[in-house]
Design a binder for this molecule. Sequence first.
Ligand code: PMT
Length: 224
Amino acid sequence: MNRPSASWAGRHVLVSAGPTYEDIDPVRFIGNRSSGKMGFAIAAAAARRGATVTLVAGPVHLPTPEGVRRIDVRSAAQMHAAVLAQLPATIYFGAAAVADFTPATVTADKLKKRAGQDTMTLELVRTEDILADVARHHARPTRVVGFAAETGELDGYARDKLQRKHVDLICANRVGVAGSGFEADDNTLVVHGHGIERTLGPASKAAVADALLDLVEQEFADVP
Ligand code: PMT
């Protein structure tokens, strides 16, 4: 973590972090277990290297890293709008756990259970894919880095996302186990790129973030 402080000077690093909350009614939402730690660690590491860093954060309980400009959002739609509004950027790291589906309608009043009601069906609709939209944007960052949170097989899904979302790197991490992924202080990333496969960690999320920035520096000489 002892980087020359200005080695990323002149770069705009855009990071998304944390969960999204998809409101059902005024008191309930669909969320997930992301704490924001991984994305915040990447933002902090980039700022330490002298980059201009914009962090779009879902609802998390973390202090803003030093030297980082933070934009707080709640829903996937808000995160989508906020991230695209921050382009152009040199590199985008999509570390947020964005909801894939959101309720089709948000009721103005709290949903009530009716007498005798044993089940309830919520209609969900797809959210927009922020990572894919950044990757095909006319102001596409020079490099786009996505994440893949998996409970089972890591590599196949990660490689699929690499191709399907037209990104440069996908960082696969295991979730649903202790010591990596959601909420943990440590993580292990299996990073897939075109001709690239590297494992970073297990280590603290701060150390893994620094290793990821090192990898970007080593592999992508074209980043301005
Ligand atoms: O926040 P922490 O507690 O530190 O945990 C870190 C983490 C596990 C959340 C993080 O390392 C991680 O894996 N983030 C991505 C989680 C995720 O939503 O993965 P996914 O496989 O569902 O999505 C793949 C990629 O598409 C991700 O880059 C995601 O940001 C992006 N995506 C997904 C859906 C959507 N609508 N828009 C997106 O941009």
